[in-house]
Design a protein around this ligand. Sequence first.
Ligand SMILES: Nc1ncnc2c1ncn2[C@@H]1O[C@H](COP(=O)(O)OP(=O)(O)OP(=O)(O)O)[C@@H](O)[C@H]1O
Ligand SMILES: [Mg+2]
Length: 262
Amino acid sequence: MTTGGGSERGEYVLVADNVVKRFGGIVALDGVTIRIPRGKVTLLIGPNGSGKSTLVNVITGFIEPDAGRVYYKGRDITRLPAHERAKLGIARTFQIPRPFTNLTVLENLLVSVDGNPGENRFLAAFTRGLWRPFEKRITARAFEVLRWVGLEDKWDVRASELSGGQMKLLEIARAIMRGADTIIMDEPAAGVNPVLADSIFERLRSLANERGITFLVVEHRIGLVSKYVDYVYAMNMGRVISEGPPEKVLTDKAVLESYLGG
Ligand SMILES: Nc1ncnc2c1ncn2[C@@H]1O[C@H](COP(=O)(O)OP(=O)(O)OP(=O)(O)O)[C@@H](O)[C@H]1O
Ligand SMILES: [Mg+2]
């Protein structure tokens, strides 16, 4: 097994090293290096088309880079398919939440464990009242995770009745239930009002602080979320143009100009 990225047992759980990705004549990623610190909330910003989603796709295995490497806990995962990365503990949430809307919040967590909702033996066991130690343990775990994300009162509510923000929290809970310790979110608060966006980020903050979960988050409304964030990478035209704590990056002249230049 190849190791590298300086992240083994270390401070950085995920490292993208000098990643290049071209689409025809477009250089979407032009030698991008980012290091995601363990148990922290890292923010990825940049104007439209700067390469944020492409970078997320490379890190999560939806796109293969033309050059460069990706490391997870020191292991080279550059050529690993997305589902294999998910098994290792990297979860990706999409812009559109996709929980099973006809299931309750609790059921959504239970089916997440198996990964095969169609013929799920947990649900079958529950409906037939066949409580075995395994199901008991999984249910206890599900309630614990619901508590962590603040959805414990909603356990019996159908996912279709949740608000947009609660859907996001459910998605995070499902990822944690599957064993994810690194959660990558491309605009989790898109379409969510500022108050709710605030509460989502507050939750990310506490999951990082109290549960050691690592987050990489793409978000446009940086003023809104900067207080919940440990570290920021700013991209423009396929490159990292600034990095550091939010107060540094968000006042960086190059970053401000990149947004104006759009
Ligand atoms: N599948 C693709 N085929 C061709 N070009 C692409 C593809 N995906 C992205 N690009 C191009 O790569 C560049 C980076 O796009 P990307 O989606 O990564 O930007 P972004 O920072 O996520 O933008 P936004 O803020 O609008 O989501 C853009 O010029 C985009 O048009
Ligand atoms: Mg994008």
